[in-house]
Design a protein around this ligand. Structure first.
Ligand SMILES: Nc1ncnc2c1ncn2[C@@H]1O[C@H](COP(=O)(O)OP(=O)(O)OP(=O)(O)O)[C@@H](O)[C@H]1O
Length: 235
């Protein structure tokens, strides 16, 4: 279980906020574009440090863990993952050396589960398409079997078929005991996929809301308004 207590950042303004990610559950994070969702994920992933407050993994402060142990326990998927040079197979070998626990066989299965051909293992990872990179990065993460998954719009660049596959992979991980935090802009996906919803309003984090019927109405408030056409030049 991952918790944040009195977490505060000034650039961008976030918090003070509290958050709990229970094991075996999908928690959603929503909010307007630019509200700080990605910045909050980076704090939880211990990639950035808060100005005040703390993140705790199973009751211990994040900064008390050696970085590799924290990375092994807390998997973070950025909205636009970028791979360094080398094939996915090569990158997996590196992860194994760092004790990340990723096995090629597990990765092959994870690639298939998100709708990718395991032949992708031997392609240059940096040359993968946006949707391939997103799914390959997710497959790499889940094959390392982290206790926590922090996912920044994991279906943002995907078609409906790939979205359904990714949703079921995430559900399987949660059912196996992983604590998931999932950033989404899609109210229907939120109602399908999540057990609890936090949402950013200004610097404040509201929630968790547990009534699924309220997820959609809360999230509709964050949709960017489309200006009405017409007026003097309409027609
Ligand atoms: N390192 C930084 N220093 C200062 N401001 C930052 C930094 N990183 C991001 N920001 C700003 O903080 C705000 C929140 O960014 P963030 O990426 O967290 O938003 P978001 O809620 O994830 O948005 P979206 O839904 O569009 O992905 C933005 O205005 C962004 O420009």
């Amino acid at each position: 279980m991952l918790t944040a207590r009195s977490l505060e950042l000034s650039e961008p303004a976030l918090g003070p906020l509290d958050l709990d990610l229970p094991a075996g559950s999908v928690t959603l994070l929503a909010g307007p574009s630019g509200s700080g969702k990605s910045c909050l994920l980076r704090l939880l992933a211990d990639l950035d440090r808060p100005e005040h407050g703390r993140v705790e993994l199973e009751g211990r402060p994040a900064e008390s863990y050696p970085a590799p142990a924290y990375r092994r326990a807390v998997g973070y998927l950025p909205a636009t993952p970028a791979f360094g040079p080398g094939t996915l197979r090569h990158l997996t070998g590196q992860l194994e050396r760092f004790g990340k626990g990723s096995q090629v066989a597990d990765l092959e299965n994870a690639l298939k589960a998100v709708g990718l051909d395991p032949g992708l293992l031997d392609r240059q990872a940096a040359a993968l398409s946006t949707g391939e990179s997103l799914r390959a990065a997710l497959a790499l993460l889940v094959s390392g079997n982290p206790r926590i998954l922090l996912l920044d719009e994991p279906t943002g660049a995907l078609d409906p078929g790939a979205t359904a596959l990714v949703e079921s992979v995430i559900r399987e991980r949660a059912d196996a005991g992983t604590a998931v935090l999932w950033v989404t802009h899609d109210p229907e996906q939120a109602e399908r996929a999540g057990e609890a919803l936090y949402h950013l309003e200004g610097a404040a984090l509201k929630g968790p809301e547990r009534d699924r019927a309220r997820f959609g109405p809360i999230m509709q408030r964050f949709q960017t308004a489309v200006p009405e056409r017409g007026g003097a030049h309409g027609g």
